[in-house]
Design a protein around this ligand. Structure first.
Ligand code: MG
Length: 404
């Protein structure tokens, strides 16, 4: 069998779907999505396609190694997201060729259903509580939210109390039998993260995600050692090498590799095996589309130290039979792979121009106040120090970035 063509489809809201065609007529699907950079990663996939055309798609490990190590530069979100989506499509091809689920090829299932969680949002404690109740009615038993917006490196007691009030409201709404998780999105400083985690510990979050940015593993480890709340991180880490220090320094109790970013299904399974040796759980990151969800479910089925799976898309509008959440779980997909259950939207009518709402929402990285209350506006301060020709502000639509 040989790969004959790669087709990429940036689609709303911020996803990229990939079709890998073969000379035997089997088509594999992958999701090389990279939030905010759909066209960039789509181009990377096409560049990798120059090597892949003519290759046997069943040599998954070999092709992964060739894509990762073949050129001088390696790693990073763009290249790894491209490799991840391609690798998912190769598994899809292999599953269809053999007629067995991918989870069977990954060593067989160690569970028959996968626990999942959904996001909730709201500005006030009441808003969050209402949304949490709604999620319980939809069948979820766990929800995640971000209780903190922009903060100073060390902020007021009022900010801490505000976060605590939101967390308390959600705990009241879901009761003690369900779970909630908090995502700080790396927005707060390490000392503030410690203060906030301690303030909400009595409400028993399942974990606090990205209490600070993951680049400084020592800072993360310091937080993890200071607080009783389990710490999670990993959505912005790539490959086994990216997770090595987090595990060695015991900087997290839960890691969150993303099968669309970290290197694909095999790489996430290897990362999970590394974590297993450190008694660390795995909660794969997945705020993406239905192919990503399917890939996650197959991975989750095969890893013993799995904790819980993030889901945003259950496939509505794309799958003939979207995934169903029942009492907090999704049953393992019975299909050979993840390419057989699609509506006609999958193959026709997509246009790269439909990327659409890639930039929306709030900032994903640490954004401490920049002069608000002291300068007329933060941007005017920047502009005054730059000549108009050397610097111009980005378009309004490009300044908002979706959280991940
Ligand atoms: Mg996150």
């Amino acid at each position: 069998m040989k790969i004959t063509q790669l087709e990429v489809f940036p689609v709303r809201p911020r996803w990229v779907f990939l079709k890998v065609h073969t000379d035997e007529g089997i088509v594999g699907l992958g999701e090389p999505s990279l939030e905010g950079y759909a066209h960039t990663v789509a181009q990377a996939v096409q560049e990798m396609g120059r090597f892949l055309i003519g290759q046997d798609p069943r040599r998954i490990e070999h092709l992964w190694q060739a894509l990762y190590r073949g050129e001088f530069y390696r790693g990073g979100p763009v290249l790894l997201s491209a490799i991840s989506g391609i690798e998912q499509a190769l598994w899809d091809i292999l599953g269809k060729w053999l007629g067995v689920p991918v989870w069977q090829l990954l060593g067989g299932p160690v569970r028959e259903r996968v626990r999942v969680y959904a996001h909730i949002a709201g500005e006030t404690p009441d808003d969050l509580a209402r949304h949490a109740e709604q999620r319980l009615e939809e069948g979820y038993t766990a929800v995640k939210f971000s209780p903190v917006r922009r903060t100073w490196p060390i902020d007021t007691l009022a900010v801490v109390k505000g976060v605590r009030a939101k967390v308390a409201a959600v705990r009241r709404a879901i009761g003690d039998e369900n779970d909630f998780m908090l995502d700080f999105h790396g927005r707060v400083s390490p000392p503030m993260a410690i203060l906030l985690a301690e303030a909400v510990a009595e409400f028993h979050p399942l974990f606090v995600e990205e209490p600070c940015l993951p680049e400084n593993v020592d800072a993360l480890a310091r937080i993890a050692q200071k607080v009783s709340v389990p710490i999670a991180t990993g959505e912005r880490l790539f490959t086994k090498w990216g997770f090595r220090q987090v595990l060695e320094k015991q900087a997290a109790s839960v890691i969150q590799p993303d099968p669309c970013h970290a290197g694909g299904i095999s790489e996430c399974k290897k990362i999970a095996a590394m974590a297993e040796a450190y008694f660390v759980s795995v909660a794969p990151h997945n705020p993406l589309g239905p192919i990503a969800t399917a890939a996650c479910l197959h991975l989750d089925a095969s890893i013993p130290n799995f904790l819980i799976q993030e889901v945003v898309s259950l496939g509505q509008g794309y799958l003939k039979e979207p995934f169903v959440v029942e009492k907090g779980f999704i049953s393992l997909p019975p299909a050979p792979a993840w390419a057989s259950n699609w509506t006609r939207r999958l193959s026709k009518g997509w246009s790269p121009s439909r990327t659409g709402n890639t930039f929306a929402g709030i900032t994903p990285t640490a954004r401490w106040p920049i002069g608000e209350g002291y300068l007329s506006t933060a941007t005017s301060a920047i502009q005054s120090s730059c000549s108009p020709k050397a610097w111009s502000p980005p378009a309004a639509s490009a300044r908002k970035i979706t959280p991940t």
